[in-house]
Design a protein around this ligand. Structure first.
Ligand SMILES: *Cc1c(COP(=O)(O)O)cnc(C)c1O
Length: 233
């Protein structure tokens, strides 16, 4: 892709985020979702200051990390198998897709082994779509109560993947529910839990997410162009 096209797309996304959040929230930070893209395609992001990248497969993190590690920070955003945690624990700066206790336990174990504390976001399933990962909102408190005691990880907020639907009113309601849950948990101020990041919004719905106070949006095709993929596959 031409650098000028990437720059245009980036500017357009930034402007749209700015407009959508205006007067309500600070504009969210952009995580560039680079899954399926090559290292050569990823490099130009650096010149735009887009150094936080999202990958959803451990295998791709392992392949790209050696070349990109000095300039980019990797966020794990996809469904993570417990047996893959050990390969990425020292390569990613955040695991955004923590959605079950067995995964929390394995992150805790591997992080302690590696001598680090892994920042994590708890993935919520706002529409109850189990196949996309994420836990039902009503179970998050009990979950936080357990994981907040784990020395190898630190909860820094929530993440959500919205359903793929053209129904803007429905999406608007779901983003609103996520923001409400985020603020409630922030007010509850559980010991050992921070609620500072709310990662929601992708290429098709990032403006709605910004309007509801996302602190991070995860943009793949809006920046790097369309690719044939399913979320979390
Ligand atoms: C692929 C993916 C994205 C980005 O999707 P786009 O629609 O291309 O912006 C964001 N979040 C997750 C979890 C993904 O798997």
């Amino acid at each position: 892709m031409e650098a000028s096209l990437l720059r245009e797309r980036y500017q357009a996304a930034r402007d749209a985020l700015q407009r959508a959040s205006e007067g309500l929230y600070a504009p969210p930070r952009i995580i560039a979702v680079t899954k399926t893209h090559t290292v050569q395609e990823i490099w130009p992001l650096f010149d735009l200051g887009l150094t936080a990248i999202g990958e959803n497969r451990a295998q791709e993190v392992m392949q790209k990390w050696p070349e990109l590690r000095e300039k980019f920070q990797f966020h794990c955003i996809g469904r993570l198998q417990t047996n893959k945690v050990k390969y990425i624990i020292d390569k990613v700066c955040m695991i955004q897709s923590l959605d079950r206790m067995s995964l929390a336990q394995e992150i805790d174990r591997q992080a302690q082994r590696a001598g680090l504390v892994m920042p994590v976001l708890v993935q919520i399933s706002p529409a109850g779509e189990a196949q996309k990962g994420g836990m039902p909102p009503e179970t998050v408190r009990a979950f936080l109560n357990e994981v907040r005691r784990m020395p190898g990880l630190h909860v820094e907020g929530l993440m959500a993947v919205m359903p793929n639907t053209p129904d803007r009113a429905y999406l608007d309601a779901l983003f609103g529910q996520m923001r409400t849950l985020f603020e409630q948990l922030r007010e509850e101020a559980l010991d050992g839990v921070d609620m500072r990041e709310l990662s929601m919004g992708m290429s098709g719905d990032y403006e709605l997410a910004a309007r509801h106070g996302a602190t991070m949006v995860r943009l793949g095709s809006a920046l790097l162009g369309a690719r044939d993929y399913d979320v979390n596959k």
